[in-house]
Design a protein around this ligand. Structure first.
Ligand code: UD1
Ligand code: MG
Length: 449
């Protein structure tokens, strides 16, 4: 079955009071629209069409990053949901299939719900996703009869009797592609808002003798985001669910309410995550790894048995092998640490490779950036990098080499060598005590004056 997802994301989101298009506001570590894109991809959509308007250039750039195959079409003027879907028609693939309409600002429609809609499609050419909100407010109302959907009435056009209906339209629908191609162009705007309502498809389908249907989902899945307060509430709801899911999957969260997860965070069974750990996008933690409190991780991989933190920062491209230890106040970026490597304290490693079992002393810095370009630091296996070593990249340190504490390493160090790059120590016997005496005497005589 060929499925096309159409994601409506042209609205301005003016209640966000923001220069950033609403669907690009971060939610669970990713732009809000990433949730709908993931739902579409998860539903098996072979083509994804995003209808954008406000801030289309930045929406286009974000979509290209998140889902490179997706097509972005423009709806220059927002004349209603029906008009928005009409803009996607030229990008619909030819031939039989289904169209799934999602909203870019409604991030939590679940995979099971989408599957239930697919299943209902066997009985109805058009399936609308409904829900029964605690407060039906101004949602469109579903007028139903048994399993059939007779009409969707927008609140502003509804009679008092229709407004009394508790069953509401989420906006999500799934229909036969041929029906969409045939009927969307017939949607008019003769309503109190003067808008082209996608919901009119129900009446148009019934006029052809077809029988639209509906399925229901929990209200939490239809949560739409219009304000910053709703964004914060959505974030909280996501985190509550994601923490529970992680624990269900066998992850220990010692202080679950303080851990921040991202949409794509993957944590293996028996991993232990301490309090106040923040996961940005693109993190995978293997089974049994331990992340101690107050770490920030993004775009990185931590293998089984590794220990990270407290207070460590893993940035994109950090790859920690098995049993690696990264300790406090350590930052790792675009660096591979092979099995058993240790970076215990106060270090920065960027654009580097550290071989198996190598020990990186406290305060080690890879100077990867010369102000213009980034350069690599290659450190072999079984190396002992002395504390406070400055590695000026590009530079290589061979297997089994040692760098003396406090060295500035500007030249390659061959395997097995000892490299010293620091000033020689000078020791003057007795001078320390005499110096302090003189200083104290000077201070006393100043006090006497
Ligand atoms: C819509 C439904 C309503 C439903 C509600 C659920 C219609 C006519 N009404 O109403 O039945 O209860 O959603 O939240 O469909 N959009 C565009 N281009 C447009 C108009 C909208 O891309 O021209 C996008 C918006 O960015 C938004 C979504 O479509 O993501 C829904 O638009 P919105 O204006 O919020 O529709 P509602 O009036 O809330
Ligand atoms: Mg709305």
């Amino acid at each position: 079955m060929s499925l096309t997802a159409v994601i409506l994301a042209a609205g301005q989101g003016s209640r966000m009071n923001s220069d950033l298009p609403k669907v690009l506001h971060p939610l669970a570590g990713v732009p809000m629209i990433a949730h709908a894109l993931a739902a579409a991809a998860g539903a098996g959509a072979g083509r994804i069409i995003v209808v954008a308007g406000h801030g289309i250039e930045s929406v286009r750039a974000a979509v290209a990053r998140l889902e490179p195959e997706a097509v972005v079409v423009e709806q220059a003027e927002q004349r209603g949901t029906g008009h928005a879907v009409a803009q996607a028609l030229p990008a619909l693939p030819e031939g039989p299939g289904d169209v799934l309409v999602l909203y870019g600002d409604t991030p939590f429609v679940g995979a099971e719900t989408i599957a239930a809609m697919e299943e209902a499609r066997a009985r109805h050419p058009l399936v609308v996703l409904g829900f029964e909100p605690a407060d039906p407010a101004r949602y469109g109302r579903l007028v139903t009869e048994g399993a059939d959907l007779r009409a969707i009435v927008e609140w502003r056009d509804a009679t008092a009797a229709e407004r009394a209906i508790g069953l509401c339209n989420s906006g999500v629908m799934r229909a036969d592609a041929d029906l969409i191609r045939r009927l969307v162009p017939k949607i008019g705007n003769a309503n109190s808002a003067g808008e082209f309502y996608l919901t009119d498809l129900v009446a148009l389908a019934r006029a052809e003798g077809l029988a639209p249907g509906f399925v229901l989902c929990p209200e939490a899945e239809t949560l739409g985001i219009n304000t910053r307060a709703e964004l914060a509430a959505a974030e909280a709801a996501f985190q509550t669910r994601a923490r529970a899911a992680a624990m269900e999957d066998g992850v220990t969260l010692t202080q679950p309410e303080t851990v921040v997860l991202a949409l794509d965070t993957v944590i293996g069974r028996d991993a232990v995550i301490g309090g106040h750990v923040v996961f940005g996008p693109g993190v995978t933690i293997e089974s049994g790894a331990e992340i101690l409190p107050f770490c920030h991780l993004e775009g990185c991989h931590v293998a089984a048995g590794a220990r990270v933190g407290p207070f460590a920062r893993l940035r994109p491209g950090a790859e920690l092998g098995g049993d690696v230890h990264v300790g406090n106040f350590v930052e790792i970026k675009n660096t591979i640490l092979d099995e058993g490597a240790k970076v215990g304290h106060l270090s920065y490693l960027g654009d580097a490779h550290v071989g198996e079992g190598t020990n990186i002393g406290a305060g080690t810095i890879s100077c990867n950036y010369d102000g213009v370009a980034k350069h690599r630091t290659e450190i072999g296996a079984g190396v002992f990098v002395g504390s406070n070593t400055i590695l000026v990249a590009p530079v290589r340190v061979g297997d089994g080499a040692v760098t003396a504490a406090g060295s500035v390493i500007t030249e390659d160090v061959p395997a097995g060598a000892l490299a010293l790059g620091r000033a020689r120590q000078v020791t003057k016997p007795g001078l320390g005590a005499r110096l302090m005496q003189a200083l104290r005497a000077a201070a006393l005589s100043r006090g006497a004056r």
